[in-house]
Design a protein around this ligand. Structure first.
Ligand code: C5P
Length: 416
């Protein structure tokens, strides 16, 4: 069959200049935003920064100007852009995405009520781009009824994309909610918004994702496993959530810092293939789209020893038993409205075995990705892949971040 061109996916593969405007308000978490600004600038994204008066008590205009490679905007400057337009209009028209981080209770109230008494608040009103909000404040402030009301009010406006604060030790020594989202979470959400332009095109979709590798133990400390980290599955969960889907993630053992990257979704942690199968069979009937990015074991040790085997008793050969093929079972149970996407991590020729699995496992599509290249596969932050679907379409996705690839894949699934 001929390769069909999906115009939406094709256009997103071009990399136009990305323009991000960051609004920093007066909270101690402002120091963390320097990392966001620096990472964006280093990645080739154009960054402009507005500092409110309060923000300048925490970080200096010179700091953000140096990191963003552009003078910082403050209320002290005459509000006239170089080309003569009022500055808030020029900045509002310039930005693809605006992120306000940290967002204080004071600026939140301005957003909720449409108050425009400084450059940042005026720019919000003079722009139409999506706005990412990363609040940070003391727990009592965050839980205050007036703040809850204002937060709910902005959430009701689809223009605003929330990055809820986490819980932890705050700078006021309080332990509780109010910690600003970490820079990697802010960067991931910004990348999603740059891709979607704020569209929540998966709203109403229930997406089930499996991630990571399984471990098949033969005693309490030894197992058959694989190097899968779960990064691709986490990227899929982020992309789907950022696009408005309701996401459930079934994941094998995963590093703590990767788990922290997960948006607030239903997560079921499992260890073995059997546990993964049980969780997926339970969740599958409620899912519209299921993506099996997990590297599930193909075999397990035939016997399990409840006590750790002493070294001298370790067998020289390990009898193996087969593991159920989870995705093949899901393929058999699939209803007409459901889409099932498999992954095939391969070395050498990645297409032929993937096409065989596509058919044998009754998948709607399979994502073949090489694991013998330096910047793709297990553990890497980047990936490359070939999409092959049951309609005969093929798309080659060049090396890109796993989150970017996740967005390309959701664009392609929408066309199935
Ligand atoms: O391991 P293999 O390359 O066959 O994996 C292809 C697809 O099948 C992947 O989506 C993987 O998650 C799934 N799989 C499974 N159960 C297994 C082995 C693989 O669901 N026991």
């Amino acid at each position: 069959m001929p390769v069909s061109e999906n115009p939406e996916t094709a256009s997103t593969l071009a990399t136009p200049v990305r323009k991000v405007l960051i609004g920093v308000t007066g909270g101690i978490a402002a120091y963390k935003v320097c990392e966001v600004i620096s990472s964006l600038a280093k990645s080739g994204t154009e960054v402009r920064v507005i500092l409110t008066q309060g923000a300048q008590a925490f970080i200096a205009p010179l700091t953000v100007a140096t990191l963003s490679r552009h003078p910082a905007y403050t209320d002290n400057r005459f509000w006239q852009a170089d080309r003569g337009k009022p500055l808030h209009i020029e900045l509002g028209e310039w930005a693809d995405v605006l992120a306000i981080a940290p967002l204080t209770a004071n600026t939140l109230a301005k957003l909720a009520w449409g108050i425009a008494d400084n450059l940042l608040a005026n720019t919000v009103l003079a722009s139409t781009c999506p706005i990412l909000l990363a609040p940070a404040m003391n727990t009592d402030m965050w839980e205050q009824a007036s703040v809850r009301r204002n937060w709910q009010q902005v959430l009701d406006d689809p223009r605003y994309h929330p990055l809820e604060p986490g819980a932890g030790i705050l700078a006021c020594d309080r332990v509780g909610a109010g910690r600003m989202a970490e820079p990697p979470q802010i960067l991931a959400h910004l990348e999603s918004l740059l891709h979607t332009r704020g569209q929540r095109d998966l709203q109403g979709k229930r997406v089930l994702i499996s991630a990571g590798g399984t471990r098949e133990y033969f005693d309490p400390v030894r197992f058959i496993g694989n190097p899968s980290t779960g990064k691709m599955g986490v990227a899929l969960a982020q992309a789907a959530t950022h696009r408005g889907a309701s996401v459930t993630l079934v994941c094998g053992p995963m590093a703590g810092e990767l788990r922290e990257m997960l948006p607030p979704i239903k997560t079921i942690a499992v260890t073995s293939a059997e546990q993964m199968q049980n969780a997926l069979l339970e969740e599958f009937p409620a899912a519209d789209w299921t993506l099996m990015s997990a590297a599930v074991a193909d075999v397990r040790p035939a016997t399990y020893h409840a006590e750790k085997l002493p070294k001298r008793l370790l067998p020289s050969a390990l009898p193996l038993a087969s593991v159920p093929d989870i995705v093949a079972e899901l393929g058999r149970r699939k209803q007409p409205h459901q889409k099932l996407i498999g992954f095939a991590a391969q070395t050498g020729d990645i297409v032929t075995p993937a096409l065989e699995k596509l058919e044998k496992k009754q998948l709607d599509a399979i994502v073949a990705n090489p694991i013998d290249r330096p910047d793709a596969g297990f553990g890497s932050d980047t990936n490359e892949a070939i999409w092959l679907d049951s309609r005969g379409n093929r798309r080659d996705f060049p090396p890109c971040s796993k989150l970017q690839l996740a967005h390309y894949l959701f664009d392609a699934i929408a066309f199935l």
